[in-house]
Design a protein around this ligand. Structure first.
Ligand code: 13P
Length: 364
């Protein structure tokens, strides 16, 4: 086999690795606040707030105006395009607000899922056209990392080999383009929790998907130290009748990762995937107490599980903004502890934090 022609200079590699490591430095994870306009419609609808640009701005403002307590809990915030160019009431851009806290700015660069014809409802993710130019512009505008979400489904007939290969390849192509532009790619092959499959099947599918992803990243000469993986935790299907303990979920998750994710990857930042806020924190904590070697930081990149209580407290009212921000800070602190395996759950199984955030066939 011919040698590899260099894809990145030593300086480019160093920059990418430093960005990736900074995002997941001890006790830190990611706030995924990159809901598209369509996803925001669903979130705001739940609390009876109209999905206008101004309401989306007000909501993001209450998250980003959290005080310095979040600086040690959040290493990165993922923005949606619209949010990148919005500002707070006093005119400070959201990008500046986040960067001033020492938190890195990320940007969702995929353009959503589209059907894969001839499959049982499977999808690929689009957005490669013009991606290099968009990455270059986002980098100039303050972004240091990006997210691209692919979706796989578990059923009797899925995921198909086609869906596994296509999604692995498009993630690798995206990752390569990001790195050429000094942007750390978050590689997200999300396996949805929809279905009644058990933990074992979830683990099996997760392993096959991750194996394909890392083969494709290698084929595309992606520099793994300058990447982060955003996987699902290995959980039973949402409709599975068997209940599993957080320790069982942690063991299945860490086993699947150990078998398929090279230690060179700078960090693993789990999505919450419809788990309740508390569940997502308890499972992350168990993962960080799992008695198996874990060569990467294992932390959070939560959307719903960092925001549900804040949204519910806000309800579109100015008077509720401070209390809503406080709810977000609370979840950030809890998940920071969980990323270190130091979270002691209060055992309070009531309230919003314990409510399932599951949405069938979830889009982002
Ligand atoms: P959830 O944590 O709500 O699953 O979302 C995280 C995310 O960014 C999915 O792409």
């Amino acid at each position: 086999m011919a040698h590899q022609y260099p894809a990145l200079s030593a300086e480019q590699k160093q920059e990418l690795q430093e960005i990736a490591q900074q995002i997941v430095s001890p006790g830190k994870g990611i706030l995924a606040a990159d809901e598209s306009v369509g996803s925001m419609a669903k979130r705001l609808n739940q609390i009876g707030v109209e999905n206008t640009e101004e309401n989306r701005r007000l909501y993001r403002q209450l998250l980003f105006s959290a005080d310095d307590r979040i600086n040690s809990c959040i290493g990165g915030v993922i923005f949606f395009h619209e949010t990148m160019y919005q500002s707070a009431d006093d005119g400070t851009s959201f990008v500046k607000m986040i960067k001033d806290k020492g938190i890195l700015v990320g940007i969702k660069v995929d353009k959503g899922v589209v059907p894969l014809a001839g499959t049982n409802g499977e999808t690929t993710t689009q957005g490669l056209d013009g991606l290099s130019e968009r990455c270059a512009q986002y980098k100039k505008d303050g972004a240091d990392f990006a997210k691209w979400r692919c979706v796989l489904k578990i059923s009797e007939t899925t995921p198909s080999q086609l869906a596994i290969m296509e999604n692995a390849n498009v993630l690798a192509r995206y990752a390569s383009i990001c790195q050429q532009n000094g942007i750390v790619p978050i590689v997200e092959p999300e396996i949805l929790p929809d279905g009644d499959h058990d933990l074992k099947r979830s683990q099996y599918v997760t392993e096959k998907v991750l194996a394909a992803v890392y083969k494709a990243l290698s084929d595309h000469h992606v520099y793994l130290e300058g990447t982060l993986l955003k996987p699902n935790m290995v959980t039973p299907g949402h409709a599975c009748p068997i209940k599993y303990s957080p320790e069982e979920i942690a063991m299945a998750t860490v086993t699947a990762l150990r078998r398929n994710v090279p230690p060179a990857v700078s960090g693993v930042t789990f999505l919450s995937g419809g788990q309740s806020e508390e569940e997502a924190s308890i499972n992350l904590n168990a993962i960080n107490k799992c008695p198996l070697g874990r060569p990467w930081p294992l932390t959070f990149s939560y959307g719903r599980a960092l925001q549900a209580s804040a949204l519910n407290t806000w309800r579109g009212q100015r008077d509720n903004e401070a209390a809503a921000t406080e709810e977000f800070v609370k979840r950030a602190e809890v998940n920071s502890l969980a990323s270190l395996g130091k979270y002691e759950a209060s055992g309070d199984g009531s309230g919003v934090a314990a409510q399932s955030l599951y949405v069938a066939n979830h889009a982002y």
